[in-house]
Ligand binder design. Structure first.
Ligand SMILES: C[S@@+](CC[C@H](N)C(=O)[O-])C[C@H]1O[C@@H](n2cnc3c(N)ncnc32)[C@H](O)[C@@H]1O
Length: 435
């Protein structure tokens, strides 16, 4: 990028799209570390984020449109022009930018980003889209286009066609803001103060934040923390843990640690990243809760004595969080799952060694992939006969019977609670050590 070019939010958005799609960098990392964003005011920074997120969230649809409009694929050396085109189409398709403004801003970018030889091509394609969009869009299966083919195949085999279509629809919208209260008994009071809805599972849902989260009522007093309603469920499966010794094995940034501490447990929050663990300490301090923190790899951690309960929020493909992380579906590849399940098995075996007889282990992942969820638990139960599954009851998750699998595990999908704005996809199983 040319020095000085950073002032244009669209230039920054194209750069971020390239960093994610070709640099394979998570959007949050690329965004947090981008020097060009620092001089921008809050509004322009939010605009860059909105542009980039619109492209990534709707990448499948946008690329399907491009495929219909071009005679042959755009060459790798013109990848920046392709990203410019994607940005232009996102403005027309998603952000409802007036057509003349979207076209002129996009065409100008080809010059600004040294793609002047593609100016005519980009201009012609956008104009054709404007003229033919109705026929073009009618010829595209939007649900299928929204999901990479390998994930669609996996989800269709696991959940069926209709649910997969509903998941795809759930992923196309922006997620609302969910809050977990430190004291659940204050839900009605804080729902009113924040103009929030109390979800059946107890989380507060704020549809419109009107600005920064840290400016919302109750933030500075540490009354609540941000946590998706789906992410708030696994820790609840440990039941009444008041006074118990509980270890949270992959703890940062600490959403579940705070839940455990708020429930009265003596918590050890462990994470292998000392840097990320600092976030846990900061978050605990803000809400006035305490936990012991340990920077270590959970696979090698030797607990001084067994715990009453273990929460293993294992590293995973995170495909259930695509509403909040629109890059996630496009960054993951099938081989990633193979690597992740090796780590998940290792962590499950390590977790099993830390639990006292009679103790509870909750394993969870924010993934929709069966390999990372029920398949891991089936394998674990087959190799460690000291553990049994303790089925989850609908009453433990706000009466939401559709969240419970026939085996008695928790399985939320982005298509659940659709009328209220959806929920992240989480899987959790509860096991008890019986001998
Ligand atoms: C799934 S997130 C955890 C989210 C967290 N439980 C919460 O609710 O806020 C992943 C975390 O797991 C940590 N992690 C990954 N592998 C680990 C391991 N082998 N041992 C300990 N922590 C690990 C990462 O550093 C990262 O902070």
């Amino acid at each position: 990028m040319k020095p000085g070019a950073a002032a244009n939010p669209r230039v920054l958005a194209v750069d971020l799209i390239g960093q994610v799609l070709r640099g394979r960098r998570p959007l949050d990392d690329a965004f947090a570390g981008h020097p060009g964003l620092k001089p921008l005011d809050l509004r322009d920074r939010a605009f860059v984020r909105a542009l980039t997120a619109a492209v990534l969230r709707h990448l499948g649809l946008i690329d399907a449109v491009i495929a219909k409009l071009v005679r042959e694929p755009i060459k790798p050396r013109d990848a920046v022009a392709e990203d410019i085109l994607r940005l232009g189409l996102a403005q027309l398709l998603i952000l409802e930018t007036p057509p003349h403004a979207a076209v002129s801003a996009t065409v100008a970018l080809t010059v600004e980003l040294n793609m002047a030889h593609m100016t005519g091509f980009v201009n012609a394609l956008l104009r054709r889209f404007i003229d033919e969009h109705e026929t073009l869009l009618a010829s595209i299966d939007r649900a299928r286009a929204a999901v990479p083919a390998w994930l669609w195949k996996s989800w269709e085999a696991t959940y069926g066609l209709e649910t997969t279509q509903a998941i795809a629809a759930g992923l196309s919208g922006e997620a609302p803001l969910d809050l977990t209260l430190k004291d659940p008994a204050t839900a009605a009071e804080w729902a009113e103060k924040l103009g929030a809805e109390i979800l059946p599972t107890g989380s507060l849902r704020v549809q419109e934040t009107h600005g920064r989260v840290d400016a919302l009522l109750g933030f500075s007093q540490g009354v609540w923390w941000v946590q998706d309603a789906g992410a708030a469920l696994p820790a609840k499966l440990l039941g009444n843990i008041a006074g118990q010794r509980v270890v949270d094995l992959c703890a940062a940034p600490g959403g579940k640690t705070m839940q455990l501490a708020a429930a009265g447990a003596k918590v050890t929050a462990l994470d292998r990243s000392a840097q990320r663990l600092r976030r846990v300490t900061e978050n605990l301090a803000r809400v006035g809760l305490t936990a012991e923190t340990v920077a270590d790899d959970a696979a090698f951690y030797r607990a001084p004595r067994p715990f009453d309960a273990v929460l293993l929020d294992a590293p995973c493909s995170a495909t259930g969080t695509a509403r909040r992380h629109p890059d996630v579906l496009w960054l993951k590849q099938p081989g990633d799952i193979d690597t992740l399940i090796i780590a998940q098995d290792r962590l499950l075996d390590a977790a099993a060694k830390m639990i006292s007889t009679g103790g509870t282990l909750v394993y969870c992942v924010c993934s929709l992939e069966p390999e990372e969820g029920p398949e891991r638990i089936a394998r674990f139960l087959a190799r460690d006969r000291r553990f049994i599954r303790v089925p989850v009851r609908a009453a433990e998750v706000g009466g939401m019977a559709e969240f419970i699998t026939p085996q008695g595990d928790l399985r939320t999908l982005p298509s659940h609670l659709a009328d209220k704005g959806g929920i992240d996809g989480f899987y959790a199983a509860r096991l008890r050590r019986v001998s």
